[in-house]
Design a binder for this molecule. Sequence first.
Ligand SMILES: Cc1cc2nc3c(=O)[nH]c(=O)nc-3n(C[C@H](O)[C@H](O)[C@H](O)COP(=O)(O)O)c2cc1C
Length: 336
Amino acid sequence: MLGAATPALAASVTRVGGIGFIAGGTKFDALDKVVQQTVSLLSSHDSTPQSSHASDNVKPFGIGFQNWGCDKDVAVQIVRKHLPAIIWMYAPKHTSDFGDWARAIRDASDNRTKIWIQVGTVREAMDAMRAARPDVLVLQGADAGGHGLAQGASVISLVPEVYDALREGGMDEVPLVAAGGITDGRGVAAAIALGASGAVMGTRFLAAEEAGIAKGWQKEIIRVTDGGVTTSRSTLCDRIKGTVGWPAQYDGRAITNQGHADARNGMTDEENRRLYQEDVKRGDDEVWGTSGRQVVYAGTGVGLIKDVNPAAEIVMDTAREAARILQRHGEMFSKL
Ligand SMILES: Cc1cc2nc3c(=O)[nH]c(=O)nc-3n(C[C@H](O)[C@H](O)[C@H](O)COP(=O)(O)O)c2cc1C
């Protein structure tokens, strides 16, 4: 979530017991500064929980990389310099790249930086496990906001199918984390019931006070309902923004707008890009929304998000709600 995942957002999530991530993206120009700001925000709060990593001098947050566009050697230097608790990897050119990256990161950090890998199919999950033996496998379902596989299942079938396949393959020691469409405690409780140990939320944090996105984008996250209809998967956002290089199997889920409608009606990419750039220059409120052209990445869970809240409140409310649900249902079925 390059830009959106600010130091303040990552620090707030970590401070209340979640795991905040900052984005390495594909270029690392600003990363040093972002890491330092996150560290200084965390150290200015006495209430930051002492993580199990503290004794290792590991920074209590993660850094995400999009492998397809990153230089492994530069990423390894970042690990050596900053020692983050976690490196999150995603979307390599070849799944086998995960193995090279994982080995290099583990060597550079003396095994202190843990490896999380996000995948979107059963096949990818098995390949990533064989190549890199990640410490955590993140399973991204088709409801996820932002980039994802153009073809894939939602977490409701992806998580249990991966769980079973790993067990059959003798690799079920790896914790699974579900991503895609989860915005509250109900989603987290469901993810746990499916076999995950936790959940990732992306879109929900776009409506955090600390999110580094335009107000127009944030207003759309609050306004839009019925996310299965009002968002769609497409490569249009990459094509008009000129984001080139994503492996062919990826597209992105965003709120459907005028650009998508025009593309469907036969407008060329060139014309769509020109109109998009005009809107970017205008920058007023009307460039957002259904009749606008600004890119608003969001998952199908967008309809469940009604307010902008502090990130810490989002984490705590979600965790409490999940705990309440799991406890209530545990008691309900305990006599069977
Ligand atoms: C605006 C936005 C940007 C994202 N950028 C990245 C990214 O750079 N790398 C990555 O691994 N995942 C990225 N994701 C996907 C998340 O890792 C995660 O799979 C997703 O947000 C989960 O679904 P949700 O948005 O419904 O919560 C992004 C998601 C959003 C909404």
